[in-house]
Design a protein around this ligand. Structure first.
Ligand SMILES: [Zn+2]
Length: 140
């Protein structure tokens, strides 16, 4: 997610609007040019948006990582196959069928999730949605 730099922010204390250095804003270092109080609300909102954005993209990153790690061709996956991947099981099934693997690959071989999944019940892990896994891994 890209923000304009300098970023136009409205002070939550006095309503004054001006441009501020993006990095300073995000680090809670920007003071309102009128009332001199810290512009906290704008930074909070940015951090929230960035987290939501990361969460949204996470399942796609994981699918790409799976094909990278197990040596599959991501271009062989159609858009509808891609969209149909909801759970960990769906992902492993897709990889297995595309790579003609004899057995199911182990999700714990993927660097993005390995630290988290080692302590999981494997059966419930398979039923877990990638969006849930994203939340769990990112909060870990
Ligand atoms: Zn102000």
């Amino acid at each position: 997610m890209q923000y304009m730099d300098p970023f136009t922010a409205e002070c939550e204390h006095c309503g004054y609007t001006d441009k501020y250095d993006l990095e300073e804003l995000q680090k809670y270092q920007s003071h309102c040019k009128k009332c001199n109080l810290i512009l906290k609300q704008t930074a909070d909102q940015m951090h929230k948006n960035m987290k939501a954005h990361d969460l949204e993209l996470w399942p796609t990153h994981l699918i790409f990582e799976a094909f990278d790690v197990w040596g599959g061709d991501i271009d062989s996956v159609t858009d509808s196959e891609f969209d149909a991947v909801e759970t960990v099981f769906d992902l492993l099934t897709l990889v297995q069928s595309k790579l003609n693997m004899a057995g199911y690959p182990q999700i714990s071989e993927l660097p993005m999730v390995k630290d988290y999944v080692v302590s999981c019940n494997q059966e419930s892990l398979l039923k877990m949605k990638l969006t849930e896994l994203a939340l769990a891994v990112m909060d870990d």
